[in-house]
Design a protein around this ligand. Structure first.
Ligand code: PEP
Ligand code: MG
Length: 878
């Protein structure tokens, strides 16, 4: 028997091992709802495997899949008692995409498919409602032309607007059957003009083109961008759902809407949604008519409202999660068209997780899994200062679609937001309404402001998913995108002017409002405490200053995993001494320069120990290529030459002699200590003396410095540097009379170190994976240049995501796992951590947990994310 590519809703549902993977999120939800007896219109799902096959077959739907689709159409006909393509009793369907994870950038929906002139006439007769029949028909042509064929939708909108103007009406619903019939003719003419062929009349061809369009929408530039942003594999593919139409546009006892079982912005436990009478799906999200709050439904159709609320509660109980539902009311009867776990803001996610736990609906562990670690990022950034906010007067307000503080220069186009971000500036994207193409611009903005659209509009949904501040549907806002300015209640704001958006109230302000750092309180604190109860991985931070260290401790860090000593060298008062050290000709000169640095380093470390109190601190010895510290501007070179008492020519010659072709693979890391042992001596002295000084005041902190040697690739090299450290440290400790303990460990950053980890562990008392360098050296990609060419790797689907941001588990991960095992074969209690950038990235954190690392270390602002990610990892890998 050939493979099954198409499933009727609920067909073989219990036999499918992983419904979401095969049927996509939407398909699985529809199948599940059908099997639970919820009112779902009949339909079928073309699987994600059919999509993968479509691409494997060179963008063709194989005959056997076409056959299976047509078989299911027949099943649909039998179930519904209607016939696809039959003017006497027509079956119209919707075609919708649905990947494993909902992707708002993909093709969404084509409604009323399976219609043509003859069928529209038949539908008019059968329903006795020609207005409805021609409204459905014109909608189909409009959507098909836009999403299936890719014609410019604004041309069709313009024709619709002209028709309304001609008839002297403002709303689509005011157009008569005759008007709509004329509109159909105009739309078809437009289609022919642009496409160069007649509008397709054959329902079967319409259906297959619709399915193909969904498959193609998996592979657009914006879909690729979305996947890269979220680490979704290209191989997954999308499913297609074909479903019998339930009509919300048959009159005033019909309607359609979108609703969440709880408020997706605040998390409040109250149904939250919008709907429109006499309308179809897109009307609610498109922002053409202003939708009504779902509460209004209770007034006119109390039974339907109650039915819907009960359904929502049941679904929530069933899925143990907040649901995002689409529904249609046809002649006073409720139909459910979709349910899925709803996207929500971080604030709402925390509220819902805590509430559902308190309601006894979920366990603590399930509650933790309801909050995405990466989402917390939006809560860790500054919020507007309450006093500054109170003092400011808003110039207008829209809907508070996604909370947060968004301030920056106004831009009107996605590209301009990207350009500003690249220039290190902040942008606020202002649009009439957003569409999927704007996703890159939204990602690169501080906030989004739109004139159209409700709380469930594209802008609102996507912004909430990204944790971006968004104010949507500001009625008074007049946006002139081409002319690059907007007007709001008498104010004119041009591109480049600064505005501030408060996503929690919807208020819009001119200028920049002061912001304050975030704090972990309330629900956030509660969830973080639960995370700490279940995680086994420790979370440390990468911090080079007492200020960063204190911030990290506030965010829950349990130690410093990486203190980069060179960052302290760049400060104005010490760069001179550093430069002096570098250009020294003799060891004496170098020692003299190092002696100037010693007190400064010592006081730096005293500050760090004091900030970290009882928590462990790992200090990494000097790492970068020395030329990074040298002056490049002529005036600085002249000044330095005078300072050092050498000629400018001599200094130029020294600088030239330090030039390296591949500095990242050059004279750096422990190689500096091999050539200039006096550097390691000075740094050891600073680390140990600082620890002794602080211990004298605070013996209860029990400080045990961890000295980390970077870029080791050879056991003897490790021993060489360690011997220097031990000799100096032991002498100082003996003299001090303080019983200070310390450890000497290494970073594993070079593949050779991973290969020889068992031998290196004979000397090293701990390991920390420097996955920035380990990625660089394993791939052979320069970490400073790779971004320039990696884009081509993403668009050609060679890599899904940046290996410097998310660990390459297959390659670099294999080295991490192997080196950990080898290291512990020598030293069973070897403490192993990671301090590369990937240490704060949730998927990488899960991997580090699985391979048995003791801790991850990340920047202070990612500490809470890592805490939750570590809890997720512990729960998922029990
Ligand atoms: C690393 O290489 O992963 C690391 C943490 O060190 P640095 O980024 O300073 O090279
Ligand atoms: Mg490194």
């Amino acid at each position: 028997m050939s493979k099954k590519y198409v499933y009727f809703f609920n067909e073989d549902y219990n036999k499918i091992e992983n419904p979401r993977n095969l049927l996509g999120g939407k398909g699985a939800g529809l199948a599940e709802m059908s099997s639970q007896g919820f009112p779902v219109p009949y339909g079928f799902t073309v699987t994600t495997e059919a999509c993968t096959r479509y691409y494997a077959d060179g963008e063709k739907i194989a005959d056997e899949i076409v056959e299976q689709i047509m078989e299911k159409v027949e099943m649909l006909e039998n179930a519904s008692g209607k016939k696809f393509g039959d003017p006497k009793n027509p079956l119209l369907v919707s075609v919708r995409s649905g990947a494993r994870i909902s992707m708002p950038v993909m093709m969404d929906t084509v409604l009323n498919l399976g219609i043509n002139d003859e069928i529209a006439e038949g539908l008019a007769k059968l329903s006795g409602n020609p207005r409805f029949a021609y409204d459905s028909y014109r909608r189909f042509i409009q959507m098909y032309s836009d999403v299936v064929i890719g014609l410019n939708k604004s041309h069709f909108e313009r024709i619709l607007d002209e028709e309304k103007e001609k008839r002297g009406v403002t709303l689509d619903t005011e157009l008569t059957a005759e008007d709509l019939k004329e509109l159909v003719a105009l739309f078809k003419r437009q289609y022919k003009e642009e496409k160069g062929e007649e509008f397709p009349e054959d329902p079967k061809a319409q259906l297959l083109e619709g399915v193909k369009a969904v498959f193609r929408s998996w592979n657009t530039e914006r879909a690729n961008y979305y996947r890269k942003m979220n680490g979704i594999p290209h191989e997954w593919g999308t499913a297609v759902n074909v479903q019998m139409m339930a009509f919300g546009n048959m009159g005033e006892n019909c309607g359609t809407g979108v609703a969440f079982s709880r408020n997706p912005s605040t998390g409040e436990n109250k149904i939250y949604g919008e709907f429109l009478y006499n309308a179809q799906g897109e009307d609610v999200v498109a922002g053409i008519r202003t939708p009504l709050s779902i509460d209004k439904l209770a007034e006119r159709m109390p039974e339907v409202y109650e039915d819907f609320c009960n359904t929502a509660k049941k679904l929530e109980k069933y899925y143990k999660n907040m649901q995002d539902m689409e529904f249609t009311i046809q002649d006073g009867k409720l139909f459910m068209l979709q349910t899925r776990n709803g996207k929500r803001t971080a604030t709402a996610a925390l509220q819902i997780a805590c509430d559902m736990y308190d309601e006894g609906l979920v366990t603590k562990e399930q509650a933790l899994l309801m909050v995405e670690p990466q989402q917390l990022d939006s809560l860790l950034h500054p919020t507007f200062d309450t006093a500054a906010l109170k003092a400011a007067t808003p110039v207008g307000a829209g809907l508070p679609a996604s909370p947060g503080a968004g301030a920056g220069k106004v831009v009107f186009h996605a590209d301009d937001a990207v350009a500003l971000k690249n220039a290190g500036e902040k942008a606020v994207l202002v649009r009439l309404e957003t569409s999927p193409e704007d996703i890159i611009g939204m990602d690169n903005s501080q906030g989004i402001l739109t004139a159209r659209g409700g709380m469930t509009s594209h802008a609102a949904v996507v912004a909430r998913g990204m944790g971006k501040c968004c104010v949507a549907g500001c009625q008074e806002l007049k946006v002139y995108e081409e002319e690059r300015y907007f007007e709001l209640n008498g104010h004119t704001v041009r591109e480049g002017d600064i505005i501030s958006l408060d996503g929690s109230t919807g208020n819009i302000y001119l200028g920049e409002i002061k912001s304050v750092p975030a704090a972990i309180t309330g629900n956030f604190e509660r969830i973080m405490n639960w995370a700490d109860e279940v995680r086994t991985l420790k979370i440390r931070t990468n911090a080079d200053s007492p200020k960063d260290a204190r911030q990290a401790v506030e965010f829950g860090a349990e130690g410093i995993g990486l203190c980069r000593t060179e960052h302290m060298f760049f400060e104005a008062d010490r760069i001179k001494a550093v430069r002096e050290m570098i250009v020294s000709k003799t060891q004496e000169q170098r020692r003299a320069a190092l002696a100037k640095l010693l007190p400064m380093q010592r006081s730096d470390f005293e500050g760090i120990y004091s900030a970290m109190t009882v928590y462990p601190v790992t200090i990494r010895f000097l790492d970068p290529p020395l030329h990074e510290f040298l002056p490049t501007k002529e005036e600085d070179i002249v000044a330095l030459a005078a300072e050092l008492n050498v000629t400018v020519e001599e200094l130029h010659a020294t600088i030239a002699s330090l030039h390296e072709f591949n500095p990242m693979m050059g004279h750096r890391g422990c190689r500096l200590s091999v050539t200039y042992p006096e550097i390691a001596e000075m740094q050891t002295r600073a680390v140990i003396e600082a620890a002794i000084n602080v211990t004298k005041v605070h013996p209860e902190w029990n400080i045990v410095p961890e000295i980390m040697i970077p870029l080791v690739g050879e056991p003897k090299e490790m021993k060489f540097v360690k011997d220097i450290v031990v000799k100096v440290a032991d002498e100082i400790i003996a003299e001090s009379g303080v019983n200070l303990k310390y450890h000497v460990g290494t970073m594993i950053e070079i593949p050779r170190a991973a290969l020889l980890a068992d031998e290196i562990a004979k000397e090293a008392e701990f390991f920390s994976f420097g996955t920035n360098d380990l990625t660089q050296m394993t791939f052979g990609f320069s970490r400073d240049d790779a971004a320039k060419f990696l884009d081509a790797y993403y668009s050609n689907k060679i890599y899904v995501s940046d290996p410097f941001a998310r660990l390459d588990q297959n390659g670099v991960g294999k080295l991490v796992e192997m080196a950990t095992k080898l290291g512990r074969s020598t030293r069973p209690n070897l403490k192993v951590g990671v301090c590369g950038e990937q240490g704060g990235e949730p998927a990488s954190v899960e991997f580090f947990h699985k391979v048995g690392l003791n801790y991850v270390s990340c920047s202070p602002y990612r500490v809470p994310i890592a805490r939750l990610a570590a809890a997720h990892a512990a729960i998922k890998n029990k």
